[in-house]
Design a protein around this ligand. Sequence first.
Ligand code: AHR
Length: 799
Amino acid sequence: MKRPVLLLAAALFAAHTFAAQATISVRADNPGHPVSPRLWGVFFEDINLSADGGLYPELVRNRSFEGSDGLRFWTFTSASKAATEAAPTLDESRPLNAFNRHSLQVRPGAAGCVLENPGYWGMNFVAGEACAFRVAARATDDFKGALRVELLDSAGAVIASGELSGFGKDWKQQTLTLTPTKSDPRGKLRLVVPGDASDKGALFLDMISLLPVKTWKGHGLREDLAEAMNALKPAFFRFPGGCWVEGENIARAYQWKTTIGDVASRTQLENIWDYNATQGLGYHEYLQLAEDLGAEPVFCINVGMSHRESVPLDRMGAWVQDALDAIEYANGPVDSVWGSLRAKNGHPAPFNLRILEIGNENGGPDYAARWPLFVKAIKAKHPEITLIANLWFNKYPKDPMPEMVDEHYYDAPEGLMRRATLYDGYDRKGPKIFVGEYAVTKRAGLGNLRGAIGEAAFMTGLERNSDIVMMAAYAPLFTNVHHRAWSPDLINFDSAGWYGLPSYQVQQLFSHNTGDTTLPVEVQSAELPVEDPRGRVGVGTWNTQAEFKDLKVTAPDGKVLFASDFAGKGTEGWTFLGGGEWSVKDGVLRQTAEKQKLRALIGDPSWKDYTIELKARKLTGREGFMVLFHNKHDEDRTAWNLGGWDNKYDAVLLADSDERKDGSIETGRWYDLRVQLDGDQVRCWLDGKLVHDFRRPHLTVRTIYASATRDTATGEIILKVVNTAAGPTETTINLEGVAQPSGPARATVLTSEKPDDENSLAEPRKIAPHTEELTLTGPRFTRSFPGNSLTILRIPTTK
Ligand code: AHR
């Protein structure tokens, strides 16, 4: 049921100089439903180098020379001024094993050879903290030399060293413990194979690994990053993706069986987020991490669908069996096939996997056909396992009806604020909800305060509705600051340190102040208009090559704002986003890379009403093309998408609403396109035919969003208040059914001077909460909530 809202003059409250007003009534005398005990968790995806070079603390980048890594990230020089006999090469003649087919062949000759690896933008060495060096090595009979292993500081000085020798003709693991004498976050590993004129032999190296000996709870993960997760007190842990589960094609989809056991025998996999994944953080380690966090593991398994392909139905048996085996690996007795492997890998006790998500962001007929295969097989054997289905384009499979559905929301701050009431009206008889991924991803820089406030507002709605929303997680969790394939991300790290976004503080404030029973809340506050959409025009493609010509943008008074025949000035003044291969020839703008999200923009960010006319033609690829409009910020993607979703749909995508119809684009045919933006009216013509004609909804957000719970153990009322206005909001709070607060209250406030303030490695706590004690005069009191703030009030009442 929607809460009543008092509509006041928005303009008055939008102004910075006036304090807005609001009232919040908390029905402490009429408690609601219990708060879901698993409400706040984390979602870990192997994205942004969050596993390799992050949580999985391998210091060597490219330890095994597989896949696209080849010889990348290594440099080779000679030990003396003379040249080495031959530069090191990849060798495939005698692989270490079936999964590790390439090794490094070093022929030092007289000059010797020096190999260096900088890790992931520097190796973090800490004085006195040991690192374990491991290598698999073999040599030809005539190799007489040794291997010197050195840790270098950023200036190149040796801060630890050791030597290995006695290499035989068969592969053998050799180890060294190296303890740096100095701390340096930008260190390197150097391997020296000294030269010898009489030495004609070759040394072969593989799995060259350097790991810190001290890891989180002794289970092999980087301590500070694991602790950063732990500090969120996550109630569940979803892994390992995301799109990473799907892969671009089936060959690159996540397969848990290739990620367990000896790290040298795991299959490296080309990650969809642009790197080769070692899988050092494998299925077993994920389950162990969940256990160490005290969090419920939620394994998201591939459903036989990748971004581009689906496994034929008659071959789905193996995929369903993988799911059954994953459950047996996690929970099965030690004498079962997979349970015994778990025990062999160091965990005889079951991991208690109770929740499995079938697929990630999958939908359509292919998903509807594969979902029942998993449900039937798993429920027949494991009725105790909760299975989560995907929601995609507002649809989920209904046969069989899922117990829980995973919804994902990425939007601008106001988009998430507006969704704070989404679940108030949800069907209580339908499936439970898992908000498996959400974040403010637009207009939030690298993750600023305003973005965090948008998420906080949304989270009040999740908490109020936690009779139906059982679990929710921000996404994604981690990024290496040097590889932001997706942004923003909750925890940003480099080789030695990390900082949390203001969103991290929001997550922590909610999870540390959950309470156990909801208290109904009524909020009366002003509605603030969301800024009218404005912005540049452009064209775009998605996995498709296309051409565009005769572009003209006209104002309502007929004035031509921009026109190009793509001759003369070519692409001068255009902004190209997402890469791509853009060129201009014979009066045509051409894009020839078959990648996602490629956009070319021109014009003024302040343009509001205009008509765009152009011609477009698809050359080849999976989809059609896009006409972009109202793209004020680079991350805005307001567009008319023709032939989207594998050339099946024709959609107008606005900030807060979409209109989608069936529609496809023919290859090689020039189409006439026209988009008219006139106030709230959006019209699109294809070859002169009006195909979209609708009014954009007028958007507003509330000034105040709130939720309240009781912590039965302490007797406190926990009131969370989000002020989305730019300035303070004077708020009267009424605790109904409370005679008198029984002691001083605590207010924890998260805010900052400017909405676009961000934390950084240099200023990790620029935006951090502060706590103050309050003496309340009675159950009715007033408080001024600062602009763009989240406040947690903990008010003691008699138990
Ligand atoms: O969280 C980043 C990505 O967003 C996930 O991989 C995917 O599930 C979603 O599209």
